[in-house]
Design a protein around this ligand. Sequence first.
Ligand code: ATP
Ligand code: MG
Length: 458
Amino acid sequence: MITDTIKRFVGQLFKQRSHGAQHIPKEKHGIDRRNVSRHAIKVCEVLQHEGYQAYIVGGAVRDLIVGLEPKDFDVATNATPEQIRPLFRRARIIGRRFQLVHVVFGQEIIETSTFRAPASILNTTDDHGRILRDNEFGTHEQDAARRDFTINALYYDPTTETVIDFHRGVEDLKKRTVNMIGDPRTRYREDPVRMLRAVRFAVKLNGKISPATREPLQSMANLIENVPASRLFDEMLKLLTCGHAMECLQQLRQDGLHHGMLPLLDVVLEQPGGQAFIELALDRTDHRVRAGKTVSPSFLFAALLWHQVDLRWKQRIKNGEPTIQAIMQAADSVLDEQTEKLAIQKRFSSDMREIWFMQPRFEKRLPKAIWRILEQPRIRAAVDFLQLRAAAHEFDSVLAQWWMDLVNADDSTRARMVEDLGKLPRELGSGASKSRTRRRRRGPRPGIPEHSNAPTID
Ligand code: ATP
Ligand code: MG
């Protein structure tokens, strides 16, 4: 009992020592506590009860203030991982370099990390100024200083419902301005990924990057080349699934951040043709993200690279290669070029291949082949992809819908659908998409309906 009281008293003392910080009351920041994860609140309460400081921090606070739904909730505390872990029934320490604790509540994980000191204080950057080590515990104030933007360095105390703000982040947030903490050049040198993050947050907030934070982007863009490919891939994925993919890509281009570093972006933004397809794909992704649905990275990247695969596939067919072999070779050459820089992980690239390789198989509807197609593990994604192609007018929309209906049907309906095919005139039954596309361009042939209404994809 007494130790509890002392711990709490010490905690309060520490709280008051975060001077230099603004303590912003509920009326000013406007966070409605009911929108805060109860598990994140619980983690803070348990830690505070033990006498530690504990706050919800980062993206969640930023999103709550502007009325967006946070993706996840992180907690920052002055307790060390060893002190945190025993306080929760299901908690595990993760990370080798900088350890933090995952506190698990059913499906939700609250990432709980100890205050950390910034690299500038630790003096641990390489010759280019890139951070090598930032794994030292620090004070609350130092933890705020090591974060990237002022809007990402806000700490919400669910007990008092105040936001602690060392860098005028709430003010920037109200102005929807992305502002680097400290000297932008130094901070980009420490971690070039921050350039991409700046763009993503500005677009997400429907705001802008402050002039000082934006100015170095063009001249420092080449530093992104030093970022490990896997990290670049993660960031790229975040960008594409933030709910505003196309805007992000356009902004990257405007800021000169797309060149060379991501061959994928060169393909998406610079190549003539194929834009309609990509726009549809990104639009569909944005809609799914905003509706709180999941997005499959393989599907997304398969869509972004499809135009290239398609071009090379057709070229190979023209050169006399068999259809399936041609698409496999085309896929390999496109993926080889991309993975050099972007590190599309194996699990994604093999799914992408499957989605692509299924496409030629949808052109013919031969009963035996249909049943084999239905057994493919990625059939759903592949049929979804087919819908996208139909919406982009590169595949017959009625035929695409037939495949979708087939996949969604139960076994007896499927059997009937396949059986019904036998009753159709031969050319309709097997329905190759290419002949239909040609047909559409030339106008309908007598007796064959023209289907130009692409179905909506969602
Ligand atoms: P979101 O999760 O919506 O992408 P976020 O702000 O939560 O946005 P995370 O990558 O989850 O971003 O990181 C959590 C917090 O960690 C950030 O809010 C920021 O304070 C800090 N942070 C993340 N990446 C960096 C970085 N590269 N440099 C400095 N601080 C960072
Ligand atoms: Mg986050």
